[in-house]
Design a protein around this ligand. Structure first.
Ligand code: DP6
Length: 328
């Protein structure tokens, strides 16, 4: 109430990290962030990894400002601006042009503060949680209630998938304006309660080649990526949805590993090549295969994004034993 008297309105949201099991890599439109293939991810629980963002608006603010993990950042970044513009456009549309005095003025400047509880830019999909959270906080600030994965996509492609929990598909869409390139929930988080995710932090350092630049070079130079998008992903996506529906861990895990490996193969096929995996990453891959061979079936599955850190999928009953094996 005191904040309202001072003409300050605030909204805080949190957003989760998501890990793709069918990877997004490559854009057909770099401005609208439209992908060359659909992708599918698992949204992680927010107890361990999350972004928290507060957006505040006041008539006393003289400029828009942004802080990331306590340090002021460039609010003029084109992707931040795209999200701001889109949310404000939707809010204006909703109000039907007339400025309602009961709702927050769209002309007020805003201050945004965002914090991750995990290392940024280390391949832990922080931009996904970050932009999903930014869009959610802005939407709450302006009282928007619609589904906004299309807006989150303008911040970072993978961010559209962090707008939902559980298992999420980002459908590539066909339209040039991107209105059909959005996220859809395939199954809710309650669908597969035994599924666990381990993050093995190989390095907390910033990656040398960001995903935005890396995937663009891949689109321009990798024939394997073109083949993957056209001939491999559509079938894999349908297969992965079936494995999830049936809670078939073996099918799910094997396909996740294959897709991660193919993504990193397209990185190697990029010219000049991009290396995200390190020797330690590859040791983890070998360990997972040895562990599965020892048990005679797929009990753990790895996946790696644009960085060296391993994400391991396993069922609850396998976690303690596999963690012990990793420690040794
Ligand atoms: C390897 O969503 O970070 O994690 O759209 O340029 O922001 P931009 O890229 P980003 O790329 C993520 C790539 C990936 C695979 C995935 O999450 O699907």
């Amino acid at each position: 109430a005191m904040a309202a008297e001072r003409g300050l309105t605030m909204a805080t949201c949190t957003a989760p990290v998501n890990i793709a099991v069918i990877k997004y890599w490559g854009k057909r439109d770099t401005d609208l962030i439209l992908p060359i293939n659909s992708s599918l991810s698992v949204t992680l629980h927010q107890d361990q990894l999350k972004t928290t963002t507060t957006a505040a608006a006041s008539r006393d603010f003289t400029e828009d400002r942004l802080w990331l993990n306590g340090k002021e950042a460039d609010v003029g970044h084109p992707r931040v601006q795209a999200c701001l513009r889109e949310v404000r456009r939707l809010a204006r549309k909703r109000r039907g042009g007339g400025e309602d005095t009961a709702t927050l003025s769209l002309s007020y400047k805003i201050h945004i503060a965002s914090e991750n509880n995990f290392p940024t830019a280390a391949g832990l999909a922080s931009s996904a949680a970050g932009y999903a959270c930014l869009v959610s906080a802005l939407a709450r600030l302006y009282g928007l209630e619609e589904e906004l994965s299309e807006v989150a996509r303008r911040g970072s492609g993978s961010a559209c998938r962090s707008m939902f929990g559980g298992f999420v598909q980002w459908q590539r869409g066909e339209r040039p304006d991107g209105t059909d390139s959005l996220a859809l929930q395939v199954a809710p988080e309650t669908h597969w309660p035994e599924l666990r995710v381990l993050v093995l932090v190989v390095s907390g350092e910033k990656k040398p080649v960001g995903s935005t630049a890396g995937m663009q070079t891949s689109v321009e130079t990798s024939p394997l990526l073109k083949h993957r998008a056209e001939a491999v992903v559509p079938e894999r996506l349908a297969q992965m949805m079936r494995h999830i529906q049936e809670r078939d861990f073996e099918g799910f895990g094997q396909l996740a590993m294959r897709d991660s490996n193919q993504f990193h193969a397209t990185c190697l096929d990029t010219f000049p090549p991009i290396f995200y995996l390190t020797d330690l990453s590859r040791q983890i891959i070998a360990l997972a295969h040895r562990y599965n061979a020892h048990h005679g079936h797929t009990k753990v599955a790895y996946t790696f994004d644009a960085g060296p850190n391993a994400v391991i999928f396993a069922l609850a009953d396998t976690v303690a034993e596999f963690v012990e094996v990793v420690r040794r």
